[in-house]
Structure formats: structure tokens, C-alpha cells
Design a protein around this ligand. Sequence first.
Ligand code: ATP
Ligand code: MG
Length: 443
Amino acid sequence: MRLSRFFLPVLKETPSEAQIVSHRLMLRGGMIRQEAAGIYAWLPLGFRVLKKIEQIVREEQDRAGAVEMLMPTLQLADLWRESGRYDGYGEEMLRITDRHEREMLYGPTNEEMITEIFRASARSYKDLPKILYHIQWKFRDERRPRFGVMRGREFLMKDAYSFDLDEASARRAYNRMFIAYLNTFDRLGLKAVPMRADTGPIGGDLSHEFIILADTGESEVFCDASLVDMGAPGLDVDFEGDLQPLVDERTALYAATDEMHDAAEFQARVPADRRLSARGIEVGHIFYFGTKYSDAMNAKVAHPDGQERPVHMGSYGVGVSRLMGAIIEAHHDENGCIWPEAVAPFGVGIINLKSGDAETDAACNHAYAQLEATGREPLLDDRSERGGAKFATMDLIGLPYQLIVGPRGLKEGKAEVKVRRTGERHELSLEDAVSRLAEGAFS
Ligand code: ATP
Ligand code: MG
């Protein structure tokens, strides 16, 4: 992509309404624009990151055996009357009436709809187990939308739903999602800690929240510090095998959000030097809720003994759009974002220090074509701006590498590579710079 053709409305001033760094950088870097309280347009740069996050979430759901589908954003109120949640959900639900005076709502979550879809076809134990998911926009009319995409009203969520014959099998589905989540957040460059959580209005008896530690997080959390550096199980986990030991290893250590926190237990179980009390961002939440919805909505299957019983269900959410804020909270400096390579909107930023100079333009175009051909997704700053402004923009948008090309360097056959994360600079020939960037040799 050439910056002259791209749409990157960066702001010079720090927007006063933004209280946390991720919100400030997303606005300043031209990634999002607020259209109404808690409702954002995703501008091209932000949208590229969002799609990359979404794709990683998708790949790890697929790897864990979940099956993707897409449910609509609008739902019938009557569906929610079946579960009894239509009245219970309260003011967070955006209620809409269509031209036939039919009551509808913009979905805040999809337990009812997926249960309806499942019960329409599932008949026997042979139809189980199943995990279905979608990545779809949700609407919750939050009392206090704030911190940009962290607490939006319209936000993108991955929500998965599991269907099993009994509790033991449902726990295997739960474990699949538990492990998939750890791998997902790890690939996104985040250290997520699973914490025992309250089941809230969805109900049930087994639940974990996945929390990224950050001072700007809205949740108060308490955990054994050794959980933070435990690392993810890895992409070679056998999802058909027994995942319980991997889950146990993590749930054996104390970790709880404030609703579930027990100070006495914390003191007793965690040695003083490992007692971590901190703030965190909830990026995922998994629940096993048994037959709560299948009872209420009559979603039954015949067991091998011929008896029909309600299916056991769980639901598993990831805040896809919130993750973008969480990643910035974890990866930035005073000059801007520092994207992990896996989600960077572009791989390499090429800075042309003298646009319009034939030789410099030709060198930049050559580097651009080669990096493009090797899939490095270059962004070429070919605008007629001063070098200083180009450096500032490139630092702000935080691409992992910068290739700096100017007439003075070219005379000596040199270009410069800057590694955004470390600030490290390498001077080398343009050919070497391009081929090493193409190989990923600076990472
Ligand atoms: P919170 O406690 O932050 O309000 P929640 O517990 O109501 O979230 P869930 O129903 O568990 O949310 O939704 C699954 C995931 O969706 C959450 O873990 C979070 O990452 C994300 N999420 C929830 N509400 C929002 C929101 N208003 N804006 C952005 N992401 C959200
Ligand atoms: Mg939650």
C-alpha cells in the first residue's frame, strides 16, 4: 500500500476525551472514529488489525474443533421470552420494533438463538458433541461506554457454544476452549491469566475469565504471580487427547477476580512473595452452565438408553474488538503503538526521505515491489512530507520495521532498517535490507 493512496487520518493533537493510552493511540493513529457514544467506525488501518486478530481467533477455534457459522445481529424478542431473559436483561438490551410491530432486539449474545438452531435438528446422542461459533457484532447499551473499543456499545465478539450429552463430556468441551484461549492470546502477543469467575446473568457453575494484567484494566484481580509467566500450552496440543492435566496445572494455582476473591484463601494458598493483586482487562470468558437453556427451551436428545434428556451446554466469548485495545495497552511507548508482528496492520513501513527525487523514488519502488512479492505487506510513505513528519507517523502507527531510504544514503549504497520495538538501527545496502526484511531476519 502507498500512503498517498491510503486513508490515514492521523491527529496532531491528543484527543482530550481519551483517558487511556490505547484509546488515545487508536484515535491519533487514524484507526477508529467515534460515530456515537461507544460506537466506532473502523478506519482502514484499524480494520486491518481487527481482521488479523479475528483471523487468529478463528484459526485457534478451528484447531480446537469448533465449527464456524454466522448468526444475525437482530433477534426476535419471543426467542428471549422462552429462556426468560427478555425481561431480565434490562436496559443493556437494545430493543427495536419492526414495521409489523414485531418486537426485536440487537443481540447482546446468542445462547437462545443457538439453542433454537440446535434443537431444530438434533435428535440423538449421535448428533453430539458439537461446538459452534461465530464472530459477530454485538450491542449492549452499556451504562458507561468508555476507553474506546474497550467498553463499546457495539463490539465484535467471538462466541462459541458447546452441546454435550452429559457433564463429563461438556467439561471436555470446556477444556478445549480453555486451552484454545491460552494459545489464541499467546499468538496475539498477550499474557492472559485464567481466573475463577462469577457466572453472572448467564448462570451456571463453572467459569473462567481470561485477564490481561494492565493498570488501566477495569477488573480487580488476585493471583499467584507464577501463573503470569506460565506460557501457553502450544499449537501442537492434541485436542483429541486428555486436556485435563493442562487445565489442572493452571487452575491449581490461585487466581480470582474480585467477585470470587477470598482474602483468607489467597493468604493461605499463595506465598507472600507471589501474591499479586493487580488490575486487568477481561478479554475472554468461558462458562459451563449445564442445562439452563436446554431445560427452558426444550433442547433434548435421546440418550443410548432411549431416554430424552436436555443437552449440557457451555458458552465461550472472546472480545475481538476489545483485544485491539488490550494489545496496545501491552505494546506501546511514548511515540506510539508497537504492534506484535502477528497483528501488525502492515509488516514494514518504507520511508522515502525525498519523494519526487527520481533515484530515491525508484529505490523505494523497487524495495516496495520486492517486499510486496514476499508477502511482507509494505506500507510505502511516498507523500511529499518532511522526514521528521514521516518518522513520527511511522512510529505512531507502530509497524514492526521501518526501511528508511534517502538520497544521501543511496549515494553510499546504503539504507537503514529500524526495529520499532527496540529502536535498534541497522545500516546496510538496500538489497541486503530488503532480503533480510523479506526473510524476517530482524525479528
Ligand atoms: P464485562 O465484565 O467487561 O462487562 P461481560 O462479562 O459482560 O464483560 P461477556 O458476556 O463475558 O462480557 O462477553 C465476552 C467477552 O466480550 C468479554 O470477555 C469481553 O472481552 C467482551 N466484551 C464484553 N462487553 C464488552 C464491551 N462493552 N465492549 C467490548 N468488549 C466487550
Ligand atoms: Mg464476562
